[in-house]
Design a binder for this molecule. Sequence first.
Ligand code: GDP
Length: 458
Amino acid sequence: MDLDTIAAISTPIGEGAIAIVRLSGDQAINIVNQMFKGKDLMTVDSHTLHYGKIIDPDSKTMIEEVMVSVMRAPKTFTRENVVEINCHGGLASVNRLLEMSLQLGARLAEPGEFTKRAFLNGRIDLSQAEAVMDLIRAKTDKAMGVAVKQLDGKLSKLIKRLRQELIETVAHVEVNIDYPEYDDVEEMTKNIMLEKTMLVYQEIERLLAMARQGKILREGISTAIIGRPNVGKSSLMNALVQENKAIVTDIPGTTRDVIEEYVNVRGVPLRLVDTAGIRDTEDIVEKIGVERSRQVLKEADLVLLVLNFNESLTEQDRQLFELVKDLDVIILVNKTDLPNKIDLNEVAGLAKDHAIVNMSLIEEQGIDQLEEAIARLFFAGQIESDDLSYVSNVRHIQLLKQALATLDDAMSAINADMPIDLIQIDVTRTWELLGEIVGDTVQDSLIDQLFSQFCLGK
Ligand code: GDP
């Protein structure tokens, strides 16, 4: 594929020790060579790094001292010629370098265009491209691990294997029908189909079961802290933020355009949701009504319901219990440093299976237990499982769910003794749906939309 040469600043906008301008395409080396004073880049070996100066072609003045890496096609990220100019200056000089690249014939890259090229040139498949995107956004080490494994192609391999199973089943059926060896070929064929579809069904189900954890790793557990006024919600929030350094990624190229209250509890990223709102309104249930809190709770993966050890339960407390009864909830009985006025038996009854943690935020008691409860709730000891690496992407999850539904149709059809060619349609459809995950059967518009979600320079 012959594509023009693109350029972009690949490091985050702002002050940094190093900034990188990256070019990819046929002319990448040639363009940089025209502004580079040092070795002749056209003749250097591939995958080498060169010190030199960048000279403004107009004014002939020196812009920057740089290190330039030259990587020739096809063994590069995009499978095209790639040049990266590492410079040490601030925003102005990086911008100048980019500008000069554009003057010399490069085109400004669209967001995600480098990765898109890697995909278009067959270097990576779609799920791997999405892994790059996840990597850029990863908020904890564990989330990064998942993305790295996906980039490695683990998901792709599994999906390809499942597709292979399906296509073989379809082929098998064709052969059996065209060349029946036995009289009961119809029934035999159906049995084989049922067996294979069941197998694939179970694999997909397993993937989906892990997806929830994947989502959590990627996006953080959205956590709502609720409770009556003065029970200690803000204090809890502060304690969590203080104990657990806000998450900062070390991945170069990370843009942090969304600022949220992220905390990292034993490797579990918590996104404290709408905390400002909760702080301002004191009590979401009272001030904005039960309806609104229902809204907040609908988006929450985890609810921390705070009660006061020093007051008896009120109607409102009971209402809150009712509101969250089907969610993942941890009940916190705060202010245990004060005299006991709450009926702990009633709390236990209302809490049902949910964990209860007694705490005194003033005396810094109970935070550890809370963290343990959170870790247990979400990762039940299996966080390190390798399997987690498979699915963490919303688009993949949607497709897997559709695939599951289609397989379900196929199995019902088999059981209902429907004609084989009808069943085949469902199996083929499943094969197509799985193909969309790795990008074998996706439309161009989807590809454009996916890659446009990347940040510039990736
Ligand atoms: P919110 O309205 O639920 O956000 O509650 P705050 O966090 O603002 O706390 C209300 C009051 O309770 C503040 O004066 C806190 O200092 C106090 N408080 C919070 N936690 C404890 C605790 O564990 N023990 C005692 N005695 N007071 C606490």
